[in-house]
Design a protein around this ligand. Structure first.
Ligand SMILES: C[S@@+](CC[C@H](N)C(=O)[O-])C[C@H]1O[C@@H](n2cnc3c(N)ncnc32)[C@H](O)[C@@H]1O
Length: 250
C-alpha cells in the first residue's frame, strides 16, 4: 500500500473517531467525574488484564498506545506510573484529560497518528508500552507499526499487547471476513459504547493472523517473553483474546 493510500485510510478512520466521540464517552461513563471516582476506587480492577504481566509500575514511564478515553492511562497514573497516551482523536483526548483532572492524577496526551509519534515524543522514552483491545487492526503495515513501537521503547523495556484473538475477529465475529487468511480491508462501524443505535462513522480494518502479529514483533526489535491465549467471554470453548509480552532488544 502506498504512503498516500495509507494516509487517506488513517484520515478516514480518524474522522470516525472524532465524530460525536466526546458525547458518546460522557453518555457511556456518566461524565469524567463519575468514571474517575470508579477508577480511583480500584485502579487495579481497571488494569486487571494487564497488571499480572507487569512489574511494579510506580515511576515507570507507561505509554497507552492508541489509549482512547484514557481509562487505562489514568489507572496507571493512579498507581504512580508516568502515564502518556498517544492517540489521533482530539475528542478522545478531551475526555481523557478531563478524566485525569477529575481523578487528580497527571496525564500526558499526544494527539497524533501513532505512526508519526516520533515527531512529538522523544525516542526511547517508555519503560512499558501497552496496547489494549482494538489497536492492531487499524494498521495496514505491521512492520512499520512495530518499528515505531521499538523506537519509542527504551532498550530492555516491555511491550504488552492484550488484543482480540485473530480467530475471534477473522472467523467468528459476524462483521469479520470469515476467512482466517483474508488480507482484505473490512469496512465496519466505529465502536459505539452506548446502545442508542447511533452510527458514529465507518472505519476500515485490516485483521491480522496470530503468526503475522508475533512475527512482526520479532522482526522489529522485540524478543518474545510469553504468548497467552484466553477464552472468549461468551463462548469459553473458543479463543477470545490473547496477551503477548515481549522485551525491546538492541
Ligand atoms: C478500540 S480503541 C482502543 C481502546 C483501548 N481498548 C483502551 O481502552 O484505551 C482504538 C483507538 O485507536 C485510535 N487510533 C486508531 N488508529 C490510530 C492511529 N493511526 N494513530 C493513533 N490513534 C489511532 C482511535 O482513536 C481509538 O482511540
Amino acid at each position: 500500500m502506498s504512503g498516500n493510500t495509507s494516509k487517506n485510510l488513517s484520515a478516514e478512520n480518524r474522522l470516525a473517531w472524532e465524530t460525536k466521540r466526546l458525547d458518546a464517552w460522557n453518555l457511556a461513563f456518566g461524565g469524567p467525574k463519575a468514571e474517575a471516582e470508579r477508577i480511583i476506587a480500584n485502579p487495579r480492577h481497571t488494569l486487571r488484564r494487564l497488571l499480572p504481566y507487569l512489574p511494579d509500575v510506580k515511576d515507570q514511564h507507561v505509554c497507552s498506545v492508541q489509549g482512547s478515553h484514557g481509562r487505562v492511562a489514568v489507572a496507571f497514573s493512579a498507581l504512580g506510573a508516568k502515564a502518556h497516551v498517544v492517540d489521533f482523536s482530539e475528542e478522545n483526548s478531551m475526555f481523557a484529560l478531563a478524566l485525569a483532572q477529575a481523578a487528580g492524577v497527571p496525564l500526558d496526551y499526544t494527539v497524533c497518528d501513532i505512526l508519526e509519534a516520533e515527531k512529538y515524543v522523544t525516542p526511547k522514552t517508555f519503560d512499558i508500552l501497552v496496547l489494549e483491545l482494538g489497536i492492531l487492526h487499524y494498521h495496514q503495515d505491521l512492520d512499520r507499526f512495530f518499528t515505531v513501537m521499538r523506537r519509542l521503547a527504551k532498550d530492555g523495556s516491555l511491550l504488552l499487547v492484550n488484543e482480540f484473538h485473530p480467530t475471534q475477529r477473522k472467523l467468528f465475529w459476524t462483521s469479520g471476513p470469515q476467512d482466517y487468511f483474508s488480507e482484505e480491508l473490512i469496512e465496519g462501524e466505529v465502536p459505539n459504547p452506548n446502545d442508542d443505535g447511533q452510527k458514529l462513522g465507518v472505519c476500515r480494518y485490516r485483521f491480522w493472523t496470530l503468526g503475522e502479529i508475533v512475527t512482526a514483533t520479532l522482526r522489529n526489535g522485540f524478543r518474545l517473553q510469553l504468548l497467552d491465549e484466553h477464552p472468549d467471554w461468551d463462548d469459553p470453548k473458543q479463543p477470545g483474546t490473547f496477551t503477548l509480552l515481549s522485551k525491546a532488544v538492541v
